[in-house]
Write a protein that binds this ligand. Structure first.
Ligand code: AP5
Length: 218
């Protein structure tokens, strides 16, 4: 499976990417998670990225592209990949073409997860993540089995992301419309994009994506 998951912030890209990559033995490549891990580990890249991320702005293309090139050129990518949060600008999409060609791991399909903007704001304001393993929850839609405790690794103390405050979420949506929507057009022209209704429950969204895969489109 060699897949891109697209969509506005909060449509469920991370949730679906974790399920699909695990099920299909592909690597989950989340630029957001990679950047947050750099911030947590105090790396120079993390220090450069933090200001942009806290404001809901995009991190400069050259930093992101270098990070992606390293992982997609590794042997792990040969088994498959699910890209989550990349590419987000047309220059990133153009760079990705070259990276995939050089590494000989061509893209199968891009899935555009579609959810209404107000639902996205509601989802992000209730999102909680595990700072230890990155598992994603929602206060009401997907609460952990035991309050404030990760189902996957048992870590106590789920956290809200800094950029999930309503004001920052609304700015992230503006940035999406301005910079990332043109990327959809880039892939539509290539005929590799399929829209999926992301407003359905998590399992149903996964089933819709799996149906596309099973129909031989991926
Ligand atoms: P990133 O971490 O990529 O954030 P994002 O794209 O804004 O997306 P999110 O992680 O917020 O949402 P998601 O679609 O993954 O939804 P999730 O599954 O968590 O990027 C953060 C920042 O990093 C950017 O602003 C930028 O600064 C920087 N960055 C990253 N990549 C970059 C790049 N390529 N270039 C430049 N800068 C970059 O779900 C959300 C919530 O909804 C959860 O609570 C979940 O439980 C719930 N939920 C999920 N699915 C459903 C469902 N079907 N029904 C009900 N609830 C659901």
């Amino acid at each position: 499976m060699k897949l891109i998951l697209f969509g506005m912030p909060g449509v469920g890209k991370g949730t679906q990417a974790k399920i699909l990559s695990q099920k299909h033995g592909a690597i989950h490549v989340s630029t957001g998670d990679m950047l947050r891990s750099n911030i947590q580990n105090g790396t120079p890249l993390g220090a450069m990225a933090k200001g942009y991320m806290d404001k809901g702005e995009l991190v400069p293309d050259n930093l992101i592209i270098a990070m992606i090139e390293e992982i997609l050129s590794s042997a792990k990518a040969k088994k498959g990949y699910v890209l989550d949060g990349f590419p987000r600008t047309v220059p990133q999409a153009q760079a990705l073409e070259t990276i995939l060609w050089r590494a000989n791991v061509p893209l199968d399909k891009a899935i555009n997860i579609v959810v209404d903007e107000e639902e996205v704001v509601r989802r992000l304001s209730g999102r909680m993540t595990c700072p230890n393993c990155g598992a994603i929850y929602h206060k009401y839609n997907q609460p952990p089995k035991v309050e404030n405790t990760c189902d996957h690794c048992g870590h106590v103390g789920l956290v809200q992301r800094h950029d999930d405050k309503e004001e920052t979420v609304r700015h992230r949506l503006e940035v999406y419309h301005q910079n990332t929507e043109p990327v959809l057009e880039f892939y539509r022209k290539k005929g590799v994009i399929v829209d999926v209704d992301g407003a359905k429950p998590v399992e149903e969204v996964t089933a819709s994506i799996e149906a596309i895969i099973q129909n031989g489109k991926v």
